[in-house]
Design a binder for this molecule. Sequence first.
Ligand code: GDP
Length: 297
Amino acid sequence: MFENLSDRLGGVFDRLTKQGALTEDDVTAAMREVRVALLEADVSLPVARSFVKTVTVKATGSAVTKSITPGQQVVKIVHDELIKVLQGEGAPDALRIDNPPAPILMVGLQGSGKTTTTAKLAKRLKDREKKRVLLASLDTNRPAAMEQLAILGQQIGVDTLPIVPGENAVQIAKRAKQQATLGGYDVYMLDTAGRLHIDEVLMDEVQAVRDVANPRETLLVVDGLTGQDAVNVASEFDGKVGISGVVLTRMDGDGRGGAALSMRAVTGKPIRFVGLGEKMDALEAFDASRVAGRILG
Ligand code: GDP
């Protein structure tokens, strides 16, 4: 369905005579192809534009070496720049979960994969970092969601806070903190309520929970297939609640991963993990080079 960027650029550069360095005209022609490739990968237009601008400056005048074709050279410059944007400054830091019990707030819209991701991350912390984790669902509007977390907890061998009917989200958050402290847990994760769209009631509730929990990490779960919408959701949540990182779900789908680039470029927040399926093990640390490869096709 998608033409590979290297192939596209090969076509552009075939028409050019061999020169010692890439001229501005060569690069301009190539950048049209890069822009199309980015847009096809679902990168937002402003982000694609500014990305192309940066790469144009880097590529113009760069020496053409004998070992690779000009097309390959531009692909390499684009690839390196993609990784730079996707990764941000320095290596991605580990989750800040020292000083037990460390609260992690999970936020996001309904259907984004928040509850599944909460359980996947709990399993990862338990298996890889030998952490004792307590899970709590704050979704008082949807008893089924609370039940779902309890079932997943059982499945992965992680404790969940007993459900007490009639409590509100803030009360549950306080009880989770108390239980995590008394029970000697390393981490407690609060799975907040999701809604179909961002609205004031949702944000007020998340803010109130944030204020009592004082989370060490606030992770936003967004559906990686929703492209620009995912970026808008992230900007909204970051503005209202303040997020420390993003988890992109459904990266096992046929999206081209462009949302990751827009997300990083627009919000400046690190993508911590990607969801790669429905199973409890289908969560991986974000790998910039893998996503860059996917965007390039
Ligand atoms: P929530 O409403 O945000 O809590 O969403 P859920 O956690 O209930 O997930 C909604 C659906 O998406 C469920 O069927 C999950 O199994 C599925 N899901 C979650 N993450 C992923 C993922 O990374 N890949 C795929 N393919 N499905 C996912």
